[in-house]
Design a binder for this molecule. Structure first.
Ligand code: AMP
Length: 287
């Protein structure tokens, strides 16, 4: 257990004051943006940030801009008490927990939109989602002004969108990708996993199983199109699974991998619904 003194603040002004002070001390600032309901995936980002930086700032903010009108903004799991304790134990120095009024006191008319990489996959099923993500991350970067920010590869498209935004707009933040943390049976950790019924939870492991199938088939030289078909069939065999997408894309460009050349990075990406719960997972590799 790490014993740093966690400071929790909920206003932008308090964050700025803190950052000004640690900057003066010449500290390197690492930042972990989250929506809370913390799990080991989030904690692994904190650990990476601690290893690379002097000060770790975490934000917990369920960002209404990135939820569609019929999505789970209202019922998204929240437990600030528990999160504060987990963050303190993981070694977070500053926990920023603004409310919606603090982040968006007025109607937001200035947004960040990253074309192309935002459009396929989750961008197609969740219109406007990545504009909401890019806008809040840009805003958080302006508030925290970190040297480095840590993102999970679990959200591979989000990582691609943020990396592209930072490159295109010359944002002075190093984006650090961190590996996917999984349950013992392979299910990727997600705050949304608590929505799953016991039967859905059992069947949800098919996301990981289909990625392992992709790995095995790729090793034997199976064409990508056929791998995708076999993954789809495997997922469809689970009675509670309803496929949103099963795709193979070049990464991080997120264009069709149909003509991927040897040595290129590709991403097998999945979104599958179980009842009201939508789960995503992916595997990035080189062909
Ligand atoms: P969220 O709170 O879901 O918005 O996630 C906050 C950050 O944690 C994002 O960078 C996610 O990619 C990352 N994250 C979520 N789940 C995992 C996981 N299972 N493994 C690694 N990183 C994760």
């Amino acid at each position: 257990m790490v014993t740093t003194q966690l400071l929790q603040v909920s206003t932008i002004e308090e964050v700025r004051k803190y950052i000004q002070r640690v900057r003066k001390e010449g500290k390197r600032i690492g930042f972990v943006p989250t929506m809370g309901y913390l799990h080991e995936g989030h904690i692994s980002l904190v650990q990476a940030a601690r290893a690379a930086c002097d000060v770790v700032v975490m934000s917990i903010f369920v960002n209404p801009l990135q939820f569609g009108p019929n999505e789970d903004f209202e019922r998204y799991p929240r437990d600030l008490e528990r999160d504060r304790e987990l963050a303190a134990n993981a070694g977070v120095d500053l926990l920023f927990t603004p409310d919606v009024k603090e982040m968006y006191p007025r109607k937001v008319v200035t947004t960040v939109s990253v074309a192309e990489v935002s459009e396929p996959l989750c961008g197609k099923s969740r219109p406007g989602h990545f504009d909401g993500v890019a806008t809040v991350v840009m805003k958080l970067f302006q508030i925290v002004q970190p040297d480095a920010a840590f993102f999970g590869q679990k959200d591979a498209q989000q990582l691609a969108v943020i990396s592209r935004m930072v490159e295109d707009l010359s944002v002075p933040v190093e984006i650090v990708p961190c590996p996917i943390v999984r349950e013992a049976d392979g299910l990727a950790l997600s705050s949304r996993n608590v929505y799953l019924t016991p039967e859905e939870r059992k069947q949800a492991v098919v996301l990981f199983r289909s990625l392992k199938l992709a790995e095995a088939l790729l090793a034997t030289g199976t064409p990508l199109r056929e791998i995708r078909e076999q993954m789809t069939a495997m997922i469809k065999a689970e009675p509670l699974a309803e496929i949103d997408y099963v795709e193979v894309m070049k990464y991080p460009e997120l264009v069709s991998a149909e003509h991927a050349e040897k040595g290129e990075r590709i991403c097998f990406a999945l979104a599958v619904r179980f009842g009201r719960t939508r789960l995503i997972d992916n595997w990035i590799t080189t062909v």
